[in-house]
Design a protein. Structure first.
Length: 306
């Protein structure tokens, strides 16, 4: 919120921390050979890096964080569309219904956000059309990132089927190989480092260390991001895809609600309706109802403890 364009320095620090941790504990200082051929990781990383950078720049294009979250929740649509085109998959009626709900939800939130941008821009008629064009460019960037992310997921699924699942290895290479790419973003990263240095000072509770508050925020973001992404990569090997999708969806939904309430982002009744469509559609896609039914039935049949 204080520095809307700081996405690159945040992403760089996240990648650097995860890469250093993986280099020490997973790659054994480069002595361990990867189970999946390195050339495949280069392809995956190119997609991963592109998605991260494009999503960051979208926040500079009049895209509010709630809309950013909701739009990225449409990954199911992109995955299904590319799955049909590339893998020749076919789905049940309930799957198509869920995708229609998610699409409707995203369209509703996007349309209402467009009206808000147009309304805000009307205060300054000179910048109004320009602000709206930047917003349209932001929507185009989000759409591209969504499709690229889905393509990366299909590529990763194909690799895991061929070479087996190696979550820690994939986590390391997905974050280590893109690091040279950040040289292209070095001026932007350096500029925001200087801005972070100029932020107000903050004393870290418990240890008495004083540092600019933006560096403290960045440190907390890097630590929590590591816990989050590590958990997701482990979850893909320990649980079914149904469970992984449900957990990630619930996390996105909770993040959205927190963003609205804590940061007081504008959110109308139409936005809530669109969010509900996205959430219900995603739950339908994961078929969580079919899993909960047998579970509740077993709970009802279980005899009471004496």
């Amino acid at each position: 919120r204080q520095f809307p364009g700081c996405g690159n320095i945040v992403t760089f620090c996240q990648f650097l921390f995860i890469a250093l941790e993986g280099f020490i504990f997973e790659a054994n200082f480069g002595r361990k050979r990867p189970a999946i051929p390195i050339r495949n990781y280069f392809i995956m990383v190119a997609m991963f890096f592109t998605v991260s950078v494009v999503n960051n720049y979208a926040l500079n294009l009049n895209i509010a964080m709630p809309l950013h979250m909701i739009f990225r929740s449409g990954s199911l649509i992109a995955s299904m569309a590319l799955g049909i085109i590339i893998l020749k998959k076919r789905y049940s009626v309930s799957k198509y219904t869920s995708i229609a709900l998610v699409s409707l939800g995203i369209f509703t939130c996007t349309f209402m956000s467009a009206k808000q941008v147009a309304s805000d821009s009307s205060l300054n008629q000179e910048d109004g059309p320009q602000a709206f064009l930047w917003w349209l460019l932001g929507i185009a960037a989000l759409t591209f990132a969504l499709l690229m992310s889905a393509r990366m997921g299909i590529f990763q699924e194909t690799l895991y089927k061929k070479f087996g699942k190696h979550s820690k290895e994939a986590l390391f290479y997905n974050h280590a190989l893109p690091l040279p790419g950040f040289l292209l973003l070095a001026p932007d990263i350096y500029q925001h480092a200087l801005l972070f240095n100029q932020s107000e000072l903050f004393q870290v509770p418990g240890i008495g260390l004083t540092l600019p508050i933006m560096w403290f925020y960045l440190l907390m973001n890097v630590i929590t991001q590591y816990v989050c992404i590590r958990g997701v990569f482990i979850l893909t090997t320990e649980c079914t895809s149904l469970t992984v999708t449900l957990v990630v969806t619930l996390r996105k939904f909770i993040s959205l609600i927190f963003s609205i309430l804590y940061f007081q982002n504008p959110f109308t009744g139409w936005h809530w309706l669109g969010t509900a469509f996205v959430f219900v559609g995603t739950l339908m896609y994961t078929e969580v109802w079919n899993s909960l039914g047998p579970l509740l039935a077993r709970c009802r049949r279980r005899p009471p403890k004496e």
